[in-house]
Design a protein around this ligand. Structure first.
Ligand SMILES: Nc1ncnc2c1ncn2[C@@H]1O[C@H](COP(=O)(O)OP(=O)(O)OP(=O)(O)O)[C@@H](O)[C@H]1O
Length: 208
């Protein structure tokens, strides 16, 4: 699904040759500041490599229709921003901003259930806890039905159990819906437990 060849981004990341397969779960491991988030951002062209070639579905990512790319490759960042207002408004705004209409098969209540939120869609999103906000952000991503989900490690403000619960939900979602999942984690245990393939990034280099 992605092929990277001789990719360089500033002095932060240097990738010689790597392929990420469709419908697989790939975990990106490595120590803090090593370039993991930078790697994810290259995959939806949020940032552009200074050198080298990144191919997505056989086409150079820079030539791929940017609107399609934004819809197909969606990133769940470390600290997703929750919009002010209700949960329902969060879903509606997501649809409005991305130009996506909710899939006929998905409704907002089902989405909340999928991420184990027991709130009502008319409840305020501001009062949710950190873990609940992360799950709402995940539900917003599910609403978009991306082909590829880029999951950055949830911020350290989440406890281990909540973090693993969220990762479990994302993995289940990806498997049930045949999606490609690429996730950053600091935890070798999580990587081993969930991933088909593990990539280790240290100081901007892939070491394993
Ligand atoms: N656009 C940028 N310009 C300059 N430096 C940057 C840019 N983006 C990230 N960096 C720096 O590059 C390094 C790698 O950042 P990155 O966020 O990719 O690391 P990471 O492995 O995801 O770290 P963490 O595990 O702490 O989230 C850091 O030192 C960061 O400060």
């Amino acid at each position: 699904m992605f092929k990277l060849k001789d990719v360089k981004f500033k002095n932060i990341l240097n990738v010689e040759d790597i392929e990420l397969e469709e419908k697989m779960i790939t975990a990106i491991l490595g120590s803090s500041g090593g370039g993991k988030t930078t790697f994810l951002k290259l995959l939806n062209n949020m940032i552009t490599a200074d050198q080298g070639i990144i191919k997505y579905k056989g086409e150079e990512i820079e030539n791929y229709d940017p609107v399609k790319l934004r819809r197909e490759v969606v990133m769940l960042p470390q600290d997703p921003k929750i919009f002010k207002g209700t949960i329902k408004e969060n879903f509606e705004l997501t649809e409005e901003i991305t130009g996506n209409k909710a899939s006929k098969n998905l409704n907002y209540n089902d989405l909340l259930k999928k991420v184990s939120l027991t709130q009502n869609i008319d409840d305020s999103a501001d009062n949710l806890s950190g873990g609940e906000k992360q799950r709402l952000a995940l539900a917003r991503v599910m609403l978009l039905e991306p082909k590829v989900l880029l999951l950055d490690e949830p911020s350290s403000s989440l406890d281990k159990i909540t973090e693993e619960k969220i990762i479990n939900m994302v993995v289940d979602y990806a498997k049930e819906n045949n999606r490609t999942l690429i996730m950053v984690t600091h935890s070798p245990e999580i990587a081993k437990k969930f991933a088909d393939k593990i990539i280790n990034i240290e100081n901007g280099e892939i070491v394993d």
